[in-house]
Ligand binder design. Sequence first.
Ligand SMILES: [Zn+2]
Length: 195
Amino acid sequence: MATLGFASMPAARYNRPMKRKKQAARKTPAPASTRVAGRPRVARPGSRAPAPISEPRSFEGACHCGAIEFTYTTTLPPPRWPVRLCQCSFCRGHGSRSTSDPSGELQFRFERPEFLRRYRFALRTADFLICKECGTYVAAVLLSGRGAQGVINLNTLRAPPKGLRPGKPVSHDGESGEGRRARRVLTWTPVVGPV
Ligand SMILES: [Zn+2]
């Protein structure tokens, strides 16, 4: 898909622990036999990049009746996706598992826009997209200085990705509206196209 250039995008924060591990490993001097005599050791181009970045992969999702569809694109392999079990009463009620990638991309298609319900509650900082026809909670979006960003309910992916982590319960009680917005801007997925 001809959209964002993933190579030029900021590193996903979820890559950081692996990066540290790799850098630590590199400090160990290589065995003499692997060094090239007389050549200064120069960092390889791109060696500071938080490898391993895999090719972007797209995952299709939708509500049950297909009125709301989306494509989620990420370079993170499913075993490295964050899987959040938000403990607010809305997310518990829907049994939702959320994921996002600030270096990824989310694109919605509202095939039946008349079925789209935008639900706001509590601090009213985001729109929760629910299908009026089939009742599925699909995703949430917010508008920020960086444009629209969203988080998907990964239970709505058409094919469940293999190797996902078990969900991690998270609670954001006590957060201010500003704090909530700031956290989401850092962690949610940029949305392209209609929101
Ligand atoms: Zn539906």
